[in-house]
Design a protein around this ligand. Sequence first.
Ligand code: ZN
Length: 492
Amino acid sequence: MKNQELVDYLESCNVCRVCQLRYLKARGNEYKNMDKTFQRLDVKLPEQSDETEEQPLKKPRLANCSTCLGLFSEDFQNQLIAGILETDFGKYDCAGMVLALSLPISLQMRQLSMWFALQRKFGRTAVSDHNAPDVPLKEAVKLILHPIVCGKLGKEHDANGLMINIDLRHSVETDEVAKLVELNKSAFPCKGKRIEISRGLLEKQYQPCHIKAELFEKYLPIPPAPVDESLQLQSIKLEGPLVCVAGRYRKLSRELSHTPWVLHGKRIMEDSIEEIIVRHVGLHFSETPEKITFMSSGREDVDVRCLGKGRPFVLEIPNAKCSSLSNQQAFGMEQAIDRSGTVSIHNLQVVPREELVHIKAGEEQKRKYYRALCVLDEPVTLDILQKLQIAESFDIHQKTPIRVLHRRPLHTRPRTIYSVKARVQRGNHRLLIIDIVSQAGTYIKELVHGEFGRTTPSISSIIGKPVDIQALDVVGIDLDWPADVNNAANET
Ligand SMILES: [Zn+2]
């Protein structure tokens, strides 16, 4: 089968130029300069009736392409772009976008019909039962429609960008699907069971190796019938990208919960770290901040501060209307949160979704650095101080603390303490400042007082005296993520 013969036959079946190239198995850029590709493939260009006509391809045809129903026509592209511009498209400030087309089932049936037609015309040696003779529509949409639409809308193609969901219909569909249902009953009889005709089923079963042309033709014509009407845009729905914004927070208050603290339907605390951060960062990206997910690398108790470099956190923002954050904007948010006086954030930045593994994985292996202010019943002695200078790591066994038993199962967990270092608080000889490096997941308050032997050994059991904890700060978290950025210095 010569390319020219194939094209002549397709032309006679009212197949458009783009689809002709699909049947010539053109790839990638070959759709960009179609004339050049036809020439390279030894196919004559269509004769032009009028030399002065500006767009010879747009000369009026009575019908739409019988295999793509006009999907690749310029008229449809213009209709599609106009349709997209009528939506909230302008509200989304993202560099990338992706089209998600839902095509009428008729299109799939028409590809099969043309497959049969080509087999009849050129024989089954030239056109096999197993490999489709054309570049599949889905792929052609990516190769042809995507670059054109993205280009005209001034966006890059990005699978993680703004998703434009387009539902297409065609007037022939109802009739053709009804025939397909009948065809399916004859082709794949199935007693009793009702078969759902899905796109997946069509892709798998509707090939010449599973279905005979003669049977197909009883229900639907070979080659596919020409159509007058073009595709209809049923609906266009936009879905913004999932944007991840990371940073580190310091918790400066001993009266602030991590997430909203609600007990029996009543709020115990007015605000929370999550709400403060979402309030100042979320609105820039989203009109529905309630859908934002807040995650952090561990958390502290309400009465524990988190100082030092702070704790890494990330906001997962679905359907974001904007996907970038300038240093200046980030700095503005950092300052606004600082003004709360209870939380302070820095290193605020948009991060790729893949980097979320840092915050989700390996929690158990991480080290945590604490500073505890402890009080004894009697003045600290040199002996006590010496016992609390521990440079070598040691293991403890910790039963689930009574205070969290209502939400955590009762277990005894082994935990490693990497080091302990104590000094006396100036001006009060009963107060000790103890720096502790522990494995993540250690309950520090219980490590200090021992909770009636539920944690062994404990600071209390090591010195053989009761110890009480007055205040606790997290001073470091062993996670070097996200990267350091100085939003104040890099204003852009
Ligand atoms: Zn076509």
